[in-house]
Design a protein around this ligand. Structure first.
Ligand SMILES: [Zn+2]
Ligand SMILES: [Zn+2]
Length: 429
């Protein structure tokens, strides 16, 4: 990765420019002057401009990830805002929302301000998500209004499901009043019990305790019903099951303030791959059956699910090398995201690449209320340049996260990020 400061004039030459707002692709050039969009399409390079050849490449909005764990404060040995930002750049992400399950959790205005100030020093835009409850203990609602004033863009106790339906109802009511989404890690903890992988014939065969699909869908049903009854905005993270998709589809037909995301790992892997007890595949919610995976692909294709979010969740090698039952849940996902989802959705499932780009750009921005019209004249440049057709093997050298364990290592991915342009820098990946 090579980070260069933007010169006065940058000229992205001869690319296919896809604008997710206009839903249109054109051949042409983009001129960026003093970090802002100056011309798109038929534009001329001023004398002395830095020219970047984009022949056979797609130029589009910078990707936006609304679900990542950068572990700061408290677990800087796993990730920091700086290392997380580098991983994001490598994946074409210019904007990332970070979850509050840090140590201590982001549950008050001061901790939100801490992230906002530290984020300023990183090469991307980082937005904190505040905790729903104090200490993420699931009991007392945190100071939502004050956290929003400091820059919190949503509220979540992610990592820990909000089990108490009364507290969830209150949270939705309060968040509804200040017009901000609630994101609940949807797993019924009692039903999940000690489950460490998807409950199926495979878990039985491996002798590992199973986490049934209904642990997710029951909680999703509850949350959808609470959102509808309070008329509040609910975002459902990392949907992993066919039953979860069906619940969302049912409610979306009658209630609009719902959105949902799917992770690359739930799209890419299935539970049959657990046969060698690979702890890099241990996630929450777990990687499900092939039948579920196919339903998730279908849900993105027909628009039931709104976007892709990585749930980038770094852990140290030592932790992940523990026996399967003891290893922590989660994997990194920013660097491998595009190559993985482009392979599954576009190459293997026939989705149009423009639709995939929407799932990584305009749709997640809409959920969080971020500026969407990034190609408007005068907009601050936030651009990703993609080679949509390159096949490449994902290796440790492609990882910029502090956590270098990933089940994608050795996998052949399809489509690669070539440049990420954001906050005054051109980054060659
Ligand atoms: Zn979660
Ligand atoms: Zn998460």
């Amino acid at each position: 990765m090579k980070i260069n400061n933007l010169s006065k004039n940058i000229f992205l030459k001869n690319g296919t420019i896809y604008d997710p707002v206009k839903q249109k692709s054109i051949k042409g050039d983009i001129l960026i002057t003093n970090g802002k969009i100056n011309g798109i399409g038929d534009t001329i390079a001023p004398k002395g401009a830095d020219i970047i050849d984009c022949t056979n490449l797609i130029i589009t909005h910078g990707f936006c990830d609304i679900h990542a764990h950068f572990r700061e404060p408290g677990r800087e040995d796993k990730e920091t805002l700086q290392t997380g930002a580098k991983a994001a750049l490598a994946g074409g992400f210019t904007r990332v929302c970070v979850m509050p399950n840090t140590n201590p959790p982001l549950d008050d205005p001061e901790s939100i301000r801490f992230i906002v100030e530290k984020a300023d020093e990183t090469p991307i835009y980082i937005h904190p998500i505040g905790a729903i409850t104090k200490g993420q203990k699931g009991k007392e609602i945190a100071e939502m209004g004050a956290m929003k004033s400091e820059g919190a863009v949503a509220f979540s106790d992610d990592g820990i499901p909000l089990q108490n339906a009364y507290v969830m109802r209150l949270a939705l009511e309060y968040a509804g009043m200040i017009n901000i989404p609630i994101i609940n890690h949807a797993e019924d903890v009692l039903l999940r019990n000690e489950g460490v992988m998807n409950e199926s014939v495979i878990s039985t065969k491996l002798g590992l305790s199973g986490n049934p699909d209904i642990a997710e869908s029951i909680m999703i049903h509850r949350d959808l019903q609470l959102a509808q009854s309070t008329n509040s905005t609910l975002h459902i993270p990392h949907v992993s099951t066919k039953k979860g998709v069906e619940a969302i589809k049912e409610y979306k037909s009658v209630f609009q303030k719902i959105s949902a995301e799917i992770t690359p790992y739930h799209l890419y892997f299935n539970d049959e791959l657990m046969i060698n007890y690979n702890t890099n595949l241990k996630t929450a919610p777990p990687i499900r059956t092939e039948n579920d995976r196919k339903a998730l692909i279908g849900a993105l294709k027909d628009g039931v699910i709104d976007c892709i979010a990585t749930d980038h969740a770094p852990h140290t090698i030592e932790e992940k090398e523990a026996p399967f039952e003891l290893a922590p849940f989660g994997m990194i996902g920013l660097e491998s995201c595009f190559g993985a989802v482009n392979k599954v959705l576009v190459q293997e499932s026939g989705m149009k690449i423009e639709s995939l780009i929407d799932l990584l750009t305009i749709k997640p921005r809409k959920i969080m209320g971020f500026e969407q019209d990034l190609f408007a004249k005068g907009a601050i440049a936030e651009i990703t340049v993609i080679d949509p057709k390159s096949s490449w093997i994902f290796t440790k050298d492609d990882i910029y996260s502090r956590s270098i364990n990933s089940p994608y290592i050795g996998e052949e991915l399809f489509g690669k990020i070539i440049y990420t342009i954001v906050k005054g820098s051109v980054v060659k990946i």
